[in-house]
Design a protein around this ligand. Structure first.
Ligand code: NAP
Length: 242
């Protein structure tokens, strides 16, 4: 087995997750690059980072989360850092939002909770150490038009951080959230120009953030920040201060 500490980053093939995987590899972690649909990008990233490997699972399907844990046990034998980054949004005004859209967002939120539960049972409680970093969102705090299920899920993720921080503080497991503002990834690329302009007007720094600007905070929480527990760290160019 490798001497490097192990980090699992969910949704690590692209966007913020890929930047987190790169930043953690830079800190000396062996990174498990989780993906669902983006197999090619995940394998390519794994080939670029020292001792990294890619693992597939649809986190909305509990049996696939179970299999992900088995694969991690086999490949790495422990997990030191879990970055719950995978996320999904469905955009529509609430009166016309479909129940299926709500369910898709909620199923991934459930999968994040289930993966975390298994990670604690299988690895971190036994190791008596670990760090869990949730990638939530500023919109879980300030709301957003057309994203009501997503904002619910993200607010819930920060509430999960608070609950886990209380449950796990005595176990030497640190749990915190990083709440990005608007970041340049495929998720925001699909926004109409008018919506982007409205967003930019509200950001005091006058620009969207980069995935790397989120990842450097994740790397800090993964390796330093030993007295930070149950916090939400906002990375949003001044849009909201918490
Ligand atoms: P993105 O480019 O849309 O990537 C989303 C990631 O989630 C992908 O890697 C995708 O994996 C994974 N994913 C989606 N559904 C999944 C499922 N059912 N099972 C497993 N994985 C699944 O998003 P991003 O912008 O990098 O966002 C990353 C995180 O930051 C998300 O939680 C997002 O909500 C949050 N965030 C983003 C922004 C922003 O402005 N971009 C702002 C605040 C918060 P595959 O591609 O392999 O399917």
């Amino acid at each position: 087995m490798s001497e490097r500490p192990i980090a699992l980053v969910t949704g690590a093939a692209r966007g913020i997750g890929a930047a987190c995987a790169r930043a953690l590899a830079g800190e000396g972690f062996r990174v498990a690059i989780h993906y669902n649909a983006s197999a090619e990008a995940a394998e390519k990233l794994a080939s670029e980072l020292p001792e990294a490997f890619a693992l597939r699972a649809d986190l909305a399907v509990p049996a696939q989360v179970d299999a992900l844990l088995e694969a991690l046990a086999e490949r790495a034998g422990r997990v030191d850092v879990l970055v719950n980054n995978a996320g999904l949004t469905r955009n529509a005004p609430t009166p016309v939002m479909k129940l299926d859209d709500y369910d898709a967002v909620a199923a991934l939120a459930r999968g994040t909770w289930y993966l975390t539960k298994l990670m604690l049972r299988r690895f971190m409680m036994k190791q008596k150490s670990g760090r869990i970093i949730q990638i939530s969102s500023v919109v879980g705090h300030i709301g957003n038009r057309g994203q009501s299920p997503y904002t619910m899920a993200k607010a819930g993720l920060d509430a999960l951080t608070r609950s886990l921080a209380l449950e796990l503080a005595g176990r030497n497991i640190l749990v915190n959230s990083v709440a990005p503002g608007f970041i340049e990834t495929e998720m925001t690329a699909s926004l109409p120009d008018q919506a982007k302009d409205r967003i930019l007007e509200r950001i005091p720094l006058g620009r969207m953030g980069t995935p790397e600007e989120v990842a450097e905070v994740v790397a800090f929480l993964a390796t330093r920040g030993s007295y930070i527990q149950g916090s939400v760290i906002h990375v949003n160019g001044g849009l909201y201060g918490g």
